[in-house]
Write a protein that binds this ligand. Sequence first.
Ligand code: ATP
Length: 200
Amino acid sequence: MPLEARNAGYGYDKNHWIFRDMNLKLEQGEVVGLWGPSGSGKTSLGRILAGYAEPMAGEVLMDGKPLPRAGVCPVQLVFQHPEKAVNPRWRMRRVLHEAEMADHPILNALGIQPEWLDRRPDELSGGELQRFCVARALGKETRYLIADEMTTMLDAITQAQIWQTVMATARQRNLGLLVISHDLDLLNRLCDRIIPMPVT
Ligand SMILES: Nc1ncnc2c1ncn2[C@@H]1O[C@H](COP(=O)(O)OP(=O)(O)OP(=O)(O)O)[C@@H](O)[C@H]1O
């Protein structure tokens, strides 16, 4: 059963919609791209699909029901800016421990060095920190991953390593993957199909 936005609309004030009547369906095992220019509302839609925000119109459903309110959300979101996504006071071991990922083989596949686990976020580079955010988002409850400009800030080698691991994991675990980007070349390389943001 899919993750879907049905006739979803959103805006930051009631008189100005960023998008309206957005329909998107993501099945498990699918890799779907969400494309649109800067400011078209991709991040806002990703946040709605992961339960970080409520749509102003329409609904978000998983298996035909609203997202669960309690427990670990089966829809996980990785943002463009990892430094905004982790508690600055926590060491990385604790960040992973919270997601039950502290000794998972995926850490090695993502190129996470054991000594990084004793550091805090500001003692890692953006690329190193993003690897932790990706690992954390791939906990055992995850069924859908929303990757919002996940590797936009990173160099080509780091981008390739992260995508290789995420794509292999998505295939093995039959995850649904929504790749949000303004980069059509990246989406064409990774995705089974691409959905454009509607023009408002
Ligand atoms: N907290 C906020 N308050 C008011 N307006 C906001 C807020 N966050 C985003 N916006 C506006 O909502 C619109 C959509 O933003 P959003 O970040 O969803 O777009 P995007 O397609 O992801 O853009 P980008 O590719 O540049 O990240 C933009 O016009 C933005 O200025």
